[in-house]
Design a protein around this ligand. Structure first.
Ligand SMILES: Cc1ncc(C[n+]2csc(CCOP(=O)(O)OP(=O)(O)O)c2C)c(N)n1
Length: 612
């Protein structure tokens, strides 16, 4: 794409050289590039459109990479990529071998830290800041954090730590009132309060800035003003939470006004005190479809940029089936509750949220809290279902173990996006939950292949358990398939070879078995704990092939192979699973092929035409 100004930007130094009057054109070109590219590649659109001016201002005021600029989650760092020497590769965004959709230190020196999961940027940036000071290096660190990310508890642990000392560490709070859906909780209310009563802070800011420009005495007066700030504030306006944590609160400021942003950044970096700059932005800014419906344009698949997306289109998926089934359960049982950590629509809970409002809990981006809160509900007689993406549940391991499992509270973890996820890459892969949850005593784990099984499991499982299912639609079930309560199902043929697998790989195994003579497919319905009867069945085969769409180390296949071995079975067993790697961004089908989990690989392996 040809852009008059954007094409001349090779790095942050070029951004600083753009004359102020040309900045609106640069921002317009960036927005066009974002819309044209993301409409083809898919990705996070609305969040990126909202931070164009903010990112330009950051690169004019700070000097990356000497100053580390770290975007929380990193889903909104596309403009940062365009301004830091990656514009020519931007069309490869989220493609296999292309630019990541998040910050990646191995992609650029301007990406100071790996990102993908929310609410850790203040911690990481403060660590970077401390490392710089200890090593005597120049520069500061800036954490750019959304109001949604600020609902995550880790952010407060970091504020508590980073606000305690003298530093010129900087937090930019990008407040657009939105998480993926509208932001929730007391914090959202509180930010609204600060937004609507900014007069004291505006006054303070103007005063500070004006005094800073008076030569010699200006800075002195400014310092003494800071010393008496507490009295001044108490007299004029109550202090706010960020000041309470030890930060110099600056703002709120219009996040689409580059000049104002640059002024504030200058004030913040001059002071020997951590600063938090409250920036107001509009999610989806400059693209009417996204401004009107930021939730639908948060993360998008490819779409027609001229026409916009059909935001009402709904496709049946495991998520929608889970949501519908929970609604049915809630209708008949007043104890049924649904809990989400800021993923209402992605997890299929929109109808539940609308219909059963008092029993629906969006707790913010707070997976650890969500688990313990759900366990609390369960301990006091309710029936909670915490619906969560597999990779985000990693945040709640101790809470599952300590707060839910030891007392064995009847909580159901509905684990969406289990397995390989595709274009989001390493940070979002759902390939660890089976391994880590199966370390927890008493945890039952199910992995349905078809919608009817998911429905059946949600209706019948009443003790602590995890039900995990992939993104998207079910494969076509076999003609006479019906869900059952058995721990495994045997699709029997004759012969001495067995394929053992679970979840969506069952469809690949059945496909492979149709193309192979005499192979039995054993479908694990419950993947943990493993059944004695299963071992007894498998002992009689000469060759057992385990295929697992999950990490091999500590996974279900390894556990099953160990049990088989311990039983003294003489059969040869082989495991095909995700090896000791983080799975990069690539289409799911390609990843399954790479790790030999597709039907063709199964045929090659079992028929002996490949020993991979
Ligand atoms: C631990 C974790 N949980 C959930 C998510 C999914 N997620 C990605 S962005 C986002 C909303 C972030 O809101 P905010 O920080 O305000 O940024 P905005 O998109 O509004 O700019 C969520 C919930 C995540 N990335 N990490």
């Amino acid at each position: 794409m040809e852009y008059q100004l954007l094409n001349q930007i090779r790095g942050p130094e070029d951004v600083k050289r753009v004359p102020a009057e040309q900045l609106p054109q640069l921002c317009a070109e960036i927005r066009d590039c974002l819309i044209q590219t993301v409409s083809k590649t898919g990705g996070h659109l609305a969040s990126n459109l909202g931070v164009v001016e903010l990112t330009v201002a950051l690169h004019r005021s700070f000097s990356s990479p000497q100053d580390a600029i770290l975007f929380d989650v990193g889903h909104q760092c596309y403009t940062h990529k365009l301004l830091t020497g990656r514009a020519d590769r931007f069309s490869t965004l989220r493609q296999e071998g292309g630019l990541s959709g998040f910050m990646r230190p191995d992609e650029s020196e301007h990406d100071p830290f790996i990102t993908g999961h929310s609410s850790n940027a203040i911690s990481a940036a403060y660590g970077i800041y401390k490392a710089k000071t200890l090593r005597g290096e120049a520069g500061t660190a800036v954490a750019v954090v959304g109001d949604g990310a600020l609902t995550g508890g880790m952010a407060y642990e970091a504020l508590n730590n980073a606000g305690s000392g003298k530093s010129n560490f900087i937090i930019v709070l990008n407040d657009n009132k939105m998480s993926i859906s509208r932001n929730v909780g007391a914090l959202a209310r509180y930010l609204n309060l600060i937004r609507t009563r900014p007069s004291y802070h505006r006054f303070k800011l103007r005063l500070e800035h004006a005094l800073g420009h008076v030569p010699l005495i200006g800075k002195q007066v400014r310092r003494s003003l800071f010393r008496s700030k507490t009295m001044l504030k108490n007299a004029i306006y109550h202090s706010n939470i960020f000041e309470g944590f030890g930060f110099n609160y600056l703002g709120p400021v219009d996040g689409h006004n580059i000049e104002k942003l640059e002024n504030l950044f200058e004030i913040a970096r001059e002071q020997n005190r951590p600063a938090l700059i409250h920036v107001l932005t509009v999610k989806g800014k400059g693209y009417s479809f996204a401004e009107n419906s930021p939730k639908h344009y948060h993360g998008v698949s490819p779409f027609d940029a001229e026409e916009g997306m059909d935001v009402d289109a709904t496709k049946e998926s495991f998520s929608s089936v889970a949501g519908e089934t929970l609604c049915e359960l809630a209708k008949d049982d007043p104890t049924v509750c649904a809990v989400t950590a800021a993923m209402t629509s992605g997890t299929g809970l929109s109808d539940f949220a609308a219909t059963y409002k008092p029993r629906f809990f969006d707790v913010g981006i707070a997976e650890a809290h969500a688990v313990t809160f759900s366990a609390g509900l369960a301990s006091a007689g309710m029936r909670p279902y915490f619906v969560v993406y597999s990779s985000f549940l990693q945040r709640g391991y101790d809470q599952v173990l300590h707060d839910a499992a030891i007392a064995h509270y009847p909580l159901t973890l509905c684990i969406d996006r289990a397995g390989i996820v595709g274009d989001d890459g390493e940070t979002h892969q759902g390939v660890f939950d089976a391994a880590f949850l199966s370390t927890i005593p008493g945890m039952e784990i199910y992995s349905p292949t078809y919608y009817d099984e998911l429905r059946h499991l949600l209706r019948t499982k009443k003790t602590l358990c995890a039900i995990r299912y992939p993104r998207g639609a079910q494969p076509t079930p076999p003609a006479d398939f019906a869900p059952c309560d058995d721990a495994f199902t045997c699709f029997e043929r004759e012969g001495k070879k067995a394929i053992v697998t679970y979840g969506r790989l069952v469809a690949n195994a059945l496909d492979a078995a149709r193309r192979l003579p005499d192979v039995t497919v054993v479908k694990l319905n419950r993947i943990h704990p493993l059944d004695e009867a299963l071992i007894a069945l498998l002992r009689d085969f000469s060759d057992v092939y385990f295929f697992e769409e999950g990490i091999r180390s500590g996974g279900i296949a390894e556990q099953l192979a160990a049990l088989l071995y311990a039983s003294g079975a003489g059969c040869r067993s082989r495991i095909y699973a995700i090896p000791d790697v983080f799975v990069p961004a690539m289409p799911v089908e390609r990843a399954l092929r790479r790790y030999r989990l597709d039907a063709d690989s199964m045929v090659e392996i079992v028929s002996g035409t490949s020993h991979g």
